[in-house]
Write a protein that binds this ligand. Structure first.
Ligand code: SF4
Length: 554
């Protein structure tokens, strides 16, 4: 007899579906399940420093073990650059060694983006001496050098470290630079200063081997304001006022971009500043022990948080790692306005800070030295880099503002930039990045110049800069999904049927009040040459058709 719908025709009970383990250490998967995990087990990546200093820097590029070159070097902020002349269409077809140049990118981590003018000058001098005067300010508040020779790395470390700077765990499966508010401690409206918590996390945990072999990279943000893109971090501590306990931090986990973007989730916990390091250690330990190590594509903490949910994550954190309950806390209020720190602003001590705009973070060692000198002439000894690839000079007396702004403008860092320059960001792109498919930095520069020309008539109507972000590949180092207009580099077909560099368009992304990822607009692919025309059309339509108070369309 045939079974009725919904009935099974056999009496054998259905076997529960076996889920394959994902390489979580806490569940007993201690044996490496892929080459990256094997490499980390064979030799802790932090050990590579001694080999760089004692062997590779003395014997040269050809002496470098491939496992170190393409793996462990990252734990000290070193990647090989892309060999010049390889077009983006070949990126995916070549073996890693065919893309490797013998020069390196070196990333200097600048936690909280905070530097003294003396440190900024050292960064500039190291660039002039060892990196062909290159220096890019990244959207993670780092500085990246290019054209670095392995022979020079120990001397660069020595000079950077003598100024209190480091490249340790600037890359690799480790806790990367900690983002912090560029106006920590000085903003009139900050709820709490996050800088002491950042310093303490660094002091206690940076470079400790037990926190430097994670399933994947781990990104942290700590800010008393909402100016660090906290929604897309592995863990973020954001200023909030608790009705009973006062100022502290709201904890978010599991955000991230790249090919599977996810907005972080609130744990619903309030943490006072002096407990932030301990909670950070707990979160990073949960990730280390329960994170998915089998597949690199599922190894970021966002996948674990998505599977568990915030409630289970908090439960495991409290019971297995902290040994106590966290205090429940309210969500932070979301500010109306985006904050980019450009221009002149009053500090809470009566002095001013001045925000200047390089184009898409591209500066040079010489420019950074010039900024340091200009800041000192204006009576300042502090600068900050921002998550929007900009630079601030702090503590400027009012009487020095005009002179400082003129000097910054003179060295190519306007403090009243056009909205297009203000809102642009771009990743490294094909000039140096081995994963890139298209050019980004030069294109961003040209795009800004072109938009300033094409949209000069509308400039005064742009009350909130339209953010335009360019990525050289789907990895989203320039956060394209969070931009008003995001461009993801790929090879596209032009009107004549040629395969050329171009971009997939994402429209209407945002963070804060507008938190959500830009929509990939089907069929919206533009060639590199069409970029300015496309942005012009979108912006003109928006500015001429928007309702009063309407934000960029989502
Ligand atoms: Fe390289 Fe892609 Fe990141 Fe750009 S987004 S820096 S091309 S990995």
């Amino acid at each position: 007899m045939a079974s009725a719908p919904g009935e099974t025709s056999t009496t054998r009970p259905a076997r529960p579906k076996q889920r394959r383990g994902e390489g979580q250490w806490a569940l007993g998967y201690r044996e490496p399940l892929n080459a990256n995990e094997q490499s980390k087990k064979d030799d802790h990546p932090l050990n590579v420093r001694a080999r760089i200093e004692n062997v590779y820097a003395r014997r040269g590029f050809d002496s470098i073990d491939p496992g170190d070159l393409r793996g462990r070097f990252r734990w000290y902020g070193l990647y090989t650059q892309r060999k010049p002349g390889i077009d983006g269409g070949r990126t995916a077809t070549l073996a890693p060694e065919e893309l490797d140049d013998e020069f390196f990118m070196m990333r200097v981590r600048i936690d909280g983006g905070a530097l003294t003018t003396e440190q900024l000058a050292v960064i500039g001098e190291v660039s002039q001496t060892y990196a062909r005067d290159t220096a890019d300010i990244t959207d993670r508040q780092n500085v990246q050098y290019h054209w670095v020779r392995i022979e020079d790395v120990p001397a660069m470390w020595q000079e950077l470290e003598s100024a209190g700077l480091t490249t340790m765990t600037a890359c690799g499966d480790s806790p990367r630079v900690i983002l912090g508010s560029p106006v920590a401690g000085i903003a009139e409206d900050e709820i709490i200063d996050g800088a002491p918590a950042i310093d303490e996390i660094k002091r206690r945990y940076l470079g400790k081997p037990e926190y430097a072999n994670l399933p994947r990279k781990f990104k942290t943000a700590v800010s008393g304001l909402q100016d660090v893109a906290h929604e897309i971090h592995d863990v973020a501590f954001i200023g909030v006022r608790h009705p009973e306990h006062g100022p502290g931090f709201d904890v978010w986990v599991g955000g991230g971009l790249s090919t599977n973007p996810m907005i972080g989730q609130r744990l619903g916990a309030w943490v006072p500043r002096d407990e932030v390091p301990e909670v950070w250690e707990g979160v990073v330990s949960v990730f280390r022990d329960y994170g998915y190590r089998r597949l690199r594509s599922r190894a970021r903490m966002k996948f674990l948080v998505k599977d568990w949910g915030a409630a289970k994550f908090r439960e495991v954190l409290e019971t297995e790692y902290l040994g106590r309950r966290l205090v429940d806390g309210p969500a932070p209020e979301v500010p109306e306005q985006r904050r980019d720190h450009i221009g002149v602003h009053r500090q809470k001590d009566g002095l001013c800070y001045v925000g200047a705009a390089p184009t898409a973070g591209r500066v040079s060692g010489s420019t950074l030295i010039a900024v340091a000198k200009a800041a000192e002439r204006a009576g300042s000894s502090r600068v900050r880099l921002t998550p929007q690839q900009k630079i601030l000079v702090l503590d400027v007396p009012e009487s020095e503002l005009a002179g400082l702004r003129a000097e910054l403008a003179e060295i190519g860092l306007p403090t009243e930039p056009s909205p297009w320059r203000r809102g642009i960001m771009a990743c490294t792109g094909i000039e140096f990045c081995k994963l890139a498919i298209v050019e980004t930095k030069a294109r961003a520069r040209d795009l800004v110049a072109e938009l300033e020309r094409r949209l000069a008539d509308l400039q005064s109507e742009v009350d909130n800069p339209v953010s335009v972000h360019l990525n050289g590949c789907p990895n989203s180092c320039a956060r394209i999904q969070t931009a008003d207009i995001g461009f993801k580099g790929q090879i596209v077909t032009d009107a004549d049927g040629n395969q050329v560099e171009g971009f997939q368009v994402h429209l209407g992304g945002g963070l804060g009040l507008d938190a959500g990822f830009g929509r990939k607009v089907r069929g919206h692919k533009v060639t590199g040459d069409e970029l300015a025309g496309y942005v012009e059309r979108v912006v003109r339509n928006y500015l001429t058709q928007r309702e009063p108070g309407e934000r960029f369309p989502q």
